[in-house]
Design a binder for this molecule. Structure first.
Ligand code: PDD
Length: 284
């Protein structure tokens, strides 16, 4: 069955779906995106993802192309047309099409794209049950990575460095501190049993999964510190894990050549993953 994509009001075969070559998303990375997880036909954390999409647009002064209700209808229709109940839904908004010139165009309609691809929760659970490896990479990104911009070249290079050695993700290091992953947030559980993750601000993307995981950790009465941590702290940690819409909560068992803890996925990470999944299946 051909995949179906939404572009500016039209649903068509993904292979035929397109925007103009003078789309500012294509020429300037002048756009933002979201990735939302759907399991059993139910969106997890949808409100958080949509709210962040609007925040990202606002940060870049890109006009909102559509309201919440209409966007949700499009997201539902894309799933239906692709016959998907378990999916990762991708939403992208660019500033639109205009003759190439750096300043904002006087008049351009934002380009809205929505696509979906299958997601396999059982496979994701199996990956989490084994744990993943990370490699460290310098964080060479710009100063506003809290905006979920499609300008992802440093993330692409870091992820490729991970892939080259068979690792799942790159851990980004800035001024001696771990900021986050190339497409995930990073966490440690210290030897004292404190959960640590980088605080919100301009230096990380405020993950929607990060927030829901913090909420679950509070419910489980796990002590939390939102502060930057060093690579040495990650090496000494009992557990390391990453969170994102695509990874949910995934334990890390190796960072470069260093084995994390006893080399097995951390029980606290797995407990948080389970709590996250239970909550998301229940939550309206
Ligand atoms: N990435 N940090 C970065 C740099 C990210 O790209 C992402 C998500 C996250 C986690 O955010 P959330 O929990 O809201 O998914 C953190 C998506 C999944 C991607 O680029 O594919």
């Amino acid at each position: 069955m051909p995949r179906i994509a939404y572009v500016n009001g039209a649903y068509s075969r993904l292979a035929d779906a397109s925007t103009n070559i003078e789309d500012r998303g294509y020429q300037f990375s002048d756009g933002v995106y979201e990735v939302c997880l759907v399991v059993d036909g139910k969106y997890w954390d949808m409100a958080g993802h949509i709210a962040r999409l609007w925040r990202s647009l606002e940060a870049l002064s890109i006009r909102k192309p559509i309201g919440d209700g209409a966007l949700k209808i499009i997201m539902a229709k894309v799933l239906r047309l692709n016959k998907l109940r378990d999916a990762l839904v991708y939403i992208q908004v660019s500033r639109g099409v205009a003759p190439r010139n750096h300043p904002f165009p006087d008049a351009a309609d934002p380009t809205l794209v929505v696509t979906a691809r299958p997601f396999d929760l059982a496979k994701s659970n199996a990956t989490a049950g084994k744990g993943v490896a990370l490699v460290t990479q310098p964080d060479i990104r710009w100063g506003r990575v809290d905006v979920k911009s499609v300008s992802l070249l440093p993330n692409v290079l870091a992820k490729q460095a991970a892939k080259r050695v068979g690792a799942a993700e790159a851990l980004l290091i800035k001024d001696g501190k771990v900021t986050e992953g190339a497409s995930s947030n990073a966490w440690i559980l210290t030897a004292e049993g404190v959960l640590v993750t980088h605080p919100l601000g301009h230096e990380i993307l405020g993950g929607i999964t990060r927030q829901t995981t913090l909420d679950r950790a509070r419910e489980l009465q796990i002590p939390i510190e939102e502060r930057a941590f060093t690579l040495a702290e990650a090496h000494e940690a009992q557990e390391v894990f990453i969170t994102s819409a695509t990874n949910i909560v995934t334990p890390v068992v190796r960072i470069d050549d260093h084995i994390v803890g006893d080399g097995a996925p951390g029980p606290v990470a797995l407990r948080l993953r389970e709590a996250y999944i239970d909550f998301s299946r229940r939550d309206a």
